[in-house]
Design a protein around this ligand. Sequence first.
Ligand SMILES: [Zn+2]
Ligand SMILES: [Zn+2]
Length: 411
Amino acid sequence: MADPVTFEVTEPIAAIAAKARGRGLCPECTGRLVGRWGHGLTNPERAARLPRADPVAPGPRAVPCPVCGDAFDRLDVWAERAVRAAEGVEWHRFTCGSRWDPERLAAEEALWVEVGTAWGESARTAFNRELGKTIERRTGAAGGPERPDVVFLADLPVGRMEATPMPLFLAGRYRKFDRTLPQTRWPCRRCHGRGCDRCGGSGRTYPTSVEELVAAPFVAASGAEGTRFHGMGREDIDARMLGRGRPFVLELLRPRRRTLDLAALVGELGREATGRVEVDGLRAAEADDVVRVKEAAPEKTYRVDVSGAAPVGKVKEAVELAANRTIAQRTPRRVAHRRSDRVRLRRIVAARVIGDADGRFTIEVRTEAGTYVKEWVEGDDGRTEPSLASLVGCPLRVEALDVLEVHDEGT
Ligand SMILES: [Zn+2]
Ligand SMILES: [Zn+2]
């Protein structure tokens, strides 16, 4: 229920009105000098209640208002510009902001001092609010700071409206069955995507990625200009991602359509990426989900195929010794180019041998987040201590690695 109108013209308010006279202020800017006094009134309504605060007649003035440059008379024009700037884009919620000549804003603050008001409201704040109301009335869309589909920015000095579609977030889990797929787009290291001899002009190190396969139908349906892919960690390119899959958030940048038939698009994705990638549990998400996915540090369970010239009894003994203990891992050389070189302590939560035949062993291991499993098995020339190879007492080699589960419950 709306508050009743309160606006009492006290002595200090009357004194402010007296000092504001003869300055050629528009009704909006006059009322805004006491914009934070009382409530339930628009600023022009405040101006109308002030004693003989002139000139407060709405409409064209001989000289533009020195504070706002008559911007408040042009709200309908700006709302029209907003609608046009967002043409072809689906939006139901919006926020708006405005860029002002800094000298105008400074002059307004100087005016507050001159007239002695403690209740002035900034032209920019008021303009943004009034423009929001005007756009709401004109379109039926909802203005407000939460989860806007589009953000409008009125550039007053330039006279131009910008409309920026906000990203659309989708969350789900992916499984990966292809041992040649990186998780995200991987531009060529030499040319950074422009195309060169090394990458055969493609600009890529790998022809595609989980990101691109997952995103394709959603990019086509939404008309997005690009994507960002946020995985809850990532597996090696040659590792499969099985079980319930790995949580991710797909961010569609500058989408033109936001109402998507997710079930149909997941079906399309399933057909296009058969045998390579599958997606489950896809749902609409928010920017907060990106933080949740990036900050989670879940344990993982792996299945590792290992070869080595050791008797199975010896390997089983070593795996038992390795389970439920902490290892020290210096940054592996294969990732040293992107992670700082230091020693990290990681826990091997559980480990067991689940199969063996002719110098091949299959090991299931559950580890703390951030454990390098290949290095734990092979030792990485002593950079992981103790490694399984050091406990067995002979060299071991990882032949294949699968992630069986990302244990993200409760994260
Ligand atoms: Zn004005
Ligand atoms: Zn290249």
